[in-house]
Design a protein around this ligand. Structure first.
Ligand code: PMP
Length: 427
């Protein structure tokens, strides 16, 4: 991106004009949630102002307009992912998408209720679910619960001492009994792209379902889940410059058609008697109740914003930021980078441990300088435990991030240890 383009992009985000403690805000917490360009807010508002109505019901004109706008949003998401609209389920967020899959597979496993009608992906005792050691809790706990419910075994592809997935181990962890392999496309704690081939090829060889948590890739990399060879992928709109309250589950049509509903209610059924319900095909089967109409419209606008710039160009521009960030951190004494040093195979994100300083104290120093970062375990407690940490400080960039903002963060980080008088740090 040219400087003029970056200025033009920044001008679309009103919040970037905020001052914090007398400094211009440097928002370096996009991995937690992205800021929203005005056009996304306007798109949601326009729906409420012009077409607010319930969808998929009602004979009146507004209802038809609202339905068309909602389904148009679904087509936009499908186009963005290189998918068809039947493969797009709107969820509340990525967490709900992952729970949907695990819960639906759980229902299929019981052989009871609606699950009895969709048994094909049910698990039995001794089946295996594989995740990696660095997963976000949202891509761990639903599988723990599914394993507990079905007697399946949860197995883990480990990380090394730096927190990098041990790609070679995947082929041993995945066996003939493996039915599901679920992992993050990009780690929210290290920013590293996962070894896709090493995880997907052995999973496919044994016929396991491959579930991709694309939360941290969707804002930064082109995402074509079908081409990657996975069966399902989830992301949250709020990390891709879209609204809160909506996420996407993409699933291969054969998979979605073969799964029972995870929640029950209106709009998702064909006929209902007092004894039993019959369910619509996907995606309607997975969207019971009044859906998130304005949010879907806001998400579609966010994806048009991203596609208008081009994810390939966003990736190239952010890679330069990643290099600046990781080169800057690499030379700093007392700074350990989760996932090891280096910007290759990484988005513009770095989580660090500052020797002798708690992440929360370090984060406070940055906030005093107007720099917004995330501190804590980033919902990846097992990874932090493996690295002997309880918390880290995460710097993460977005499409509007400038090299100067990265430099401000680097300057601030380089002064933290002496600020707290850590022995051995420069005075
Ligand atoms: N997976 C990853 C890798 C994430 O970074 C996040 C968000 N921190 C989630 C899952 C969950 O996303 P959400 O909270 O929007 O459901």
């Amino acid at each position: 991106l040219t400087e003029a383009e970056l200025d033009g992009i920044r001008a679309q985000f009103p919040i970037l004009a905020t001052e914090v403690h007398g400094h211009p805000l440097a928002y370096l917490d996009s991995a937690a949630t992205a800021q929203k360009p005005l056009r996304v807010l306007d798109a949601e508002r326009a729906f409420y102002a012009e077409a607010n109505s319930a969808v998929h019901r009602g004979a009146h004109t507004l209802a038809a307009d609202a339905t068309e706008r909602y389904e148009e949003a679904r087509r936009t998401v499908a186009g963005h992912l290189g998918a068809t609209e039947h493969e797009i389920v709107f969820t509340g967020n990525a967490t709900e998408g992952l729970n949907l899959l695990a819960t639906a597979i759980g229902h299929a496993s019981t052989g009871r209720g609606a699950g009895a009608d969709f048994p094909s992906h049910g698990l039995v005792e001794g089946d295996e679910i594989v995740v990696t050691e660095l997963e976000h809790h949202a891509n761990l706990i639903p599988w723990q619960e599914l394993a507990a419910r079905t007697g399946a075994i949860l197995k883990v592809v480990p990380v090394d001492d730096d927190g990098v997935i041990e790609a070679d181990a995947a082929a041993d962890v995945i066996t003939q009994r493996t039915r599901i392999v679920a992992f993050a496309h990009v780690s929210n704690a290290t920013g590293r792209v996962s070894p896709l081939d090493a995880l997907i090829a052995p999973a496919r060889a044994v016929g396991a379902l491959v579930v991709l948590d694309a939360c941290q890739s969707a804002p930064h990399l082109e995402l074509r889940p079908a081409e990657l060879g996975v069966d399902a992928a989830v992301f949250s709109a709020h990390k891709v410059y879209g609204p809160n309250g909506i996420g996407v589950l993409w699933g291969r049509r054969e998979l979605l058609d073969a799964l029972p509903p995870h929640l029950y209610g209106g709009s998702a059924i064909t006929t209902v008697t007092l004894e039993k319900a019959h369910f619509l095909p996907a995606p309607a089967r997975f969207e019971p109740g009044t859906p998130r109409i304005a949010q879907a419209i806001g998400l579609a606008e966010a994806l048009r914003f991203v596609d208008g710039i081009g994810l390939d160009r966003i990736a190239a521009s952010e890679h330069a930021l990643a290099a600046r960030l990781h080169d800057g951190l690499a030379g700093m004494p007392g700074i350990r980078v989760l996932g090891g040093p280096g910007a290759d195979g990484r988005v513009a994100l770095a989580s660090i441990d500052v020797d002798g300083v708690h992440a929360h104290d370090a984060g406070q120093v940055l906030d005093d300088l107007g720099i917004a970062v995330r501190v804590g375990h980033h919902c990846a407690q097992p990874l932090h435990r493996r690295l002997g940490l309880t918390a880290s400080l995460r710097i993460s960039a977005g499409v509007h991030t400038t090299p100067d903002e990265i430099d401000r963060a680097l300057d601030a980080v380089s002064g933290i240890r002496s600020f707290f008088g850590v022995a051995g740090s420069a005075a």
